[in-house]
Design a protein around this ligand. Sequence first.
Ligand SMILES: C[S@@+](CC[C@H](N)C(=O)[O-])C[C@H]1O[C@@H](n2cnc3c(N)ncnc32)[C@H](O)[C@@H]1O
Length: 458
Amino acid sequence: MSTKPARRPKRHGKSKPYAERPIDPDKPGLDVRLAAARLLAAVVDKATPLDALTDDENGNPAYLALDGRDRALCRAILLTALRHRGSLSALIAEMLDRPLPPNARALDHLLHVGATQIVHLSVPDSAAVDLAVTAANADPRLSRFAALVNAVLRGIVRMPADRRERIMAAVANAPEWFADALERDYGAEKSKAILQAHRSEASVDLTVKDDATGWAERLDATLLPNGSLRLPHNTPSIMTLPGFEEGAWWVQDAAATLPARLLGAKPDMRIADLCAAPGGKTAQLARTGADVTAVDISTSRLRRLEGNLRRLGLNARTVQSDLRKWQPETPFDAVLLDAPCSSTGTARRHPDIPWTKSDAVVEKMAALQANLLERCIAFVRPGGVVVFANCSLDRREGEAVAAAFADHEQVEPLPVTADEISGFEQAVTAEGWIRTTPDDWPNLGGVDGFFAARFRRL
Ligand SMILES: C[S@@+](CC[C@H](N)C(=O)[O-])C[C@H]1O[C@@H](n2cnc3c(N)ncnc32)[C@H](O)[C@@H]1O
């Protein structure tokens, strides 16, 4: 691969002399594009989670300097740029004689921000091109590439739609490590279906306390086979919806409701929800009337859990502790370990995940999960139940951890049966584990990827 800068894009001899135009630093919309390119760099080059960069209190200064509407546009550009990053890269590459050199990161990010608006967002093409060129001119590292930015983006604007589609559909639209891991775990056909599902934004699902049918009508939502509600895509802010203030429901992906259902929770049981925050599964367990202790290492996330339970009118004891050191005074009847993981099963909601995680992260998380799961044996009484779950698609974090734990002399597998998880019968594996992937329920819009396995302490 050539490392020479691609100074001249293909077929673009007639680009306008943008580089010679005066720069207007106050140009409307320029600060949004500059912020988007900077944040894209932080995600892709520094593996910083997008949610941290766009947090309304502690986010990146370039983001916090934007007003509310511009923040929304900046986030929309970033979510879309990351969701379609692989196919947008292919489109940009098509416009270049040779690849950009590896050190031309800022140029690459600016092109991605521009191409995202042209291909996927309802920003006028002329504005997307013009602002990208102005942004290039405003940056001393990039000003000599302003004509190239102009030519590449104009080339994408002029490209016939069917050719664009062909180029974008022909690539895996995922980083190599992630595409390889999926293919190894699921085979060529299924991994393709998962990556296809990742091209669409996930819906918002709700778990309701009671009267799912009534709330489905009131919220204009779809009642899913497992009893969750799925909101329409254009739903405005969750907090303004009927039932939020009164605590009638909470946000939780349909597949994320499965692990808590495996504990057989009921009023006389003592249950520990481990790695509990922000508390979707704690709420499910508390709702049964069980005596629930929720443990998490993060103080701020536990505060969110407590706020959520208050709104829902549900009770649980909360404990801030690192599970690697925690020791309960009395063993529980059942524990749920919703272990920290690479979270690749939620890539439709967090399209930065494939671009910020790696094989090394997956392996580190799998080792941590095995360690935490082993500690769970001491947390339950003999005969008690341990449920292990996480939202990774990677079998190193799910099936492999469960298979190794099943060999432990102090536990036996307690296979899940289809009748225990009505609506998700197809998710039960031959081993009696649960595995969901984003391409499940294709006609309803998919679900998050989840894994769960159940054991009994001997
Ligand atoms: C996947 S999230 C849990 C989601 C939660 N169960 C729910 O349903 O809303 C993982 C949680 O594990 C917590 N965590 C990570 N390492 C931990 C540790 N060593 N001890 C306790 N909690 C930990 C994180 O703070 C995070 O809140």
